[in-house]
Ligand binder design. Structure first.
Ligand SMILES: C[S@@+](CC[C@H](N)C(=O)[O-])C[C@H]1O[C@@H](n2cnc3c(N)ncnc32)[C@H](O)[C@@H]1O
Length: 240
């Protein structure tokens, strides 16, 4: 394959079937998902690497907390709740949306009285109320490039005027080096589960420039920042 063809392949649109495979992957991965977050098992890369990981998570949490998010809070693709507890602390109410009952079954906030849980496919879902704050963690990289604009329009529709948004995700160098990555091609990454099964998911590493522009097109002013090794994160507010 010449380089022109490779370039074209990297922009091939993701099909609905691939998005379903991605969701199925998280259903299967649910019981082992938190090993990644807590750097356990195959994700334990030594004490020093782990210290850097946790220090950088703290940096992002401090940046989030400094913005005083509050009010009615919406978390998209909440999963096992690695961030939900922090969001709950700031929120008057917290609505969490995810397509996987299996991931949500590990999320501790589901049992909290001020939490509303919605099980839905985010590529079809639309909000039935407005929110002061919207967040999505480790989700933006799973969006097909051709759906990024539509997703940010949906986020904007969820927000009250001057409502705030937050996201965090992997930096490319860190996200492609994880032990569950088998190979990457175009928008696709093949990953393996502990039982040896392989699944293809969507994995994109959007630049700060492109995310900012797409957010701006959706009426959100977004500031995108990086921690030294692991994370990209963004904090923004709706401008209209
Ligand atoms: C990488 S995990 C992120 C979970 C959590 N936000 C975190 O930071 O650990 C991606 C999440 O997206 C959910 N998901 C995948 N496809 C989805 C879809 N089409 N609709 C709704 N949720 C989906 C998965 O179930 C999973 O919980």
């Amino acid at each position: 394959m010449n380089s022109k063809k490779r370039e074209d392949a990297s922009y091939e649109n993701v099909t609905d079937q691939q998005l379903q495979e991605q969701l199925n992957y998280y259903r299967e991965r649910a019981p082992e998902y938190d090993d990644w977050w807590y750097r356990r098992g195959a994700f334990h890369h030594g004490d020093e690497a782990n210290r850097i990981w946790f220090d950088e998570i703290s940096m992002v949490k401090v940046a989030f907390q400094a913005e005083h998010f509050q009010g009615d809070f919406l978390e998209l693709a909440a999963g096992t709740g690695t961030w939900s507890c922090l969001f709950l602390k700031e929120a008057r109410t917290l609505t969490i949306v995810d397509g996987s009952v299996e991931m949500l079954s590990h999320n501790p906030v589901v049992a909290e009285p001020k939490v509303r849980t919605i099980i839905a496919d985010l590529f079809r879902w639309s909000p039935d109320q407005l929110y002061d704050s919207v967040a999505f963690t480790f989700w933006i990289s799973h969006l097909p490039r051709e759906r990024l604009g539509g997703f940010f329009s949906m986020v904007s529709r969820c927000l009250k005027p001057e409502g705030k948004m937050f996201f965090v995700d992997d930096r490319e160098a860190a996200g492609t080096r994880e032990s569950h990555v088998v190979r990457t091609s175009g928008q696709t990454m093949v990953r393996k589960l502990n039982n040896g099964d392989h699944a293809a998911i969507v994995k994109n590493f959007f630049s700060d420039k492109e995310i900012k522009q797409i957010a701006a097109d959706a009426g959100i002013e977004l500031h995108v920042r990086y921690t030294p090794t692991y994370f990209q994160y963004g904090i923004g507010s709706k401008t209209v």
